[in-house]
Design a binder for this molecule. Sequence first.
Ligand code: UGA
Length: 432
Amino acid sequence: MKISIFGTGYVGLVTGACFAEMGHDVICADIDVEKIKLLSDGHCPIYEPGLQQLMQKHLLSQKLQFTTDTQKAVINSDLLFIAVGTPSKDDGSVDLSSVFNVIDAIISNAKNTEKTVIIKSTVPVGTYQQIKIRLVDKPHLKLCSNPEFLREGSAVTDGLTPARIILGVEDFSTEKRLIEIYRPFVKHISDIIVMDPASSEMTKYAANAMLAARISLMNEFTRLCEKTNANIKMVELGIGSDPRIGPQFLKAGLGYGGSCLPKDLRALLEIGRQHNLNLKLISAVEDTNHQQKILFLEKIKKHFSALAGLRITIWGTSFKPDTDDIREAPALFLIQELLKLGAHISIFDPQSAEKAKNLFASKNVEVAHDLYDSLTNASALVVATEWDFFLEPDFDKMKREMKTPVIFDGRNIYSSHNITELGFIYYGVGLT
Ligand code: UGA
């Protein structure tokens, strides 16, 4: 099948590479000239395990090509996937301008040839209908809603072996075409779930809201645990073993970040407002997420009566492990607030430290290139992201580097008992 993908962000690139791996001829189009040049040379602009290798493999096999030529991408393919960004506007609503720019390009270049347009970008419920209105006198252009559920850090695995595929379609021929293309990706045909487009669009937001709600609920429990001598890690184990609940997305810590969960919750609240609905639970999920970072900062402030002039080391500036994405990363909030309090910050992250540093104009933020060098003269270490790299450090070496052996573990990666026995003062989240 000939496939074009519009947009070369996480979703577009991974989708393109995965379709190429399945033997399709894929064109990835983007308006960013520099990015397309980089991609055509085999360089992946983001750190995503396995992606660069997959891209390079299919640049060589000529199953994958990159272009800024939208016209070529429309004309040459039968399936046109829209995977452009849909960022938040200032009021929380979704900016759909890139989606509509692609739709306009498709309309003007498709002429009368039959094509299927698939909306993969995360779009508010009702967008399918808005697009359909634009396509009203274009019966050769079929439409489908097909939200993406891949996670950064495991995007290639998620893309190649998705748990399920959601298709929002209105006509049988489009349904058949899409099932045919997705069938090799899933174990069972029943993993492809077909529904109406509005439900498909809503499923995407509902999934992210559900995941965020689980995290915030656990984070709210951390506050109770700290007051009642309970341990959130044990509670996680206890409730996660109930098959009705399951173990995933129960990790308490500094709260969720990234480009999706925060943005999609804001969008849901805005969609609610447009319909005169006060979505109180979603608002509380957001609020708990924000408070979680503030409460963690309070622990640091309480430990040191003054932070001015103290060196604080931050491990992990990406919003989660295995990515260089720092969008809405909890570490950024902590760095910003610690700087305001006069602290000097040393940051270490396997992928995103320089990117994070560049966000701060202050000369009091330094990047360390070694885990232990980052701790030299530090009054405390803050663990903000649970990279594997941080799980089993040489604690004696750490202690020798640090001015005072204090650890604020925002992801509960260490055992409080072991670490205090090693002579550290340890603060986790929701631990006794
Ligand atoms: C999320 C969804 O998981 C994907 O299914 C979806 O496709 C994607 O958004 C999107 O809408 O594009 P992603 O943002 O890449 O994926 O990362 P997650 O693994 O969901 O993590 C989000 C945040 O939650 C991270 O900051 C992570 O540290 C935090 N988290 C996750 C927790 O605090 N506790 C957990 O138990 C799990």
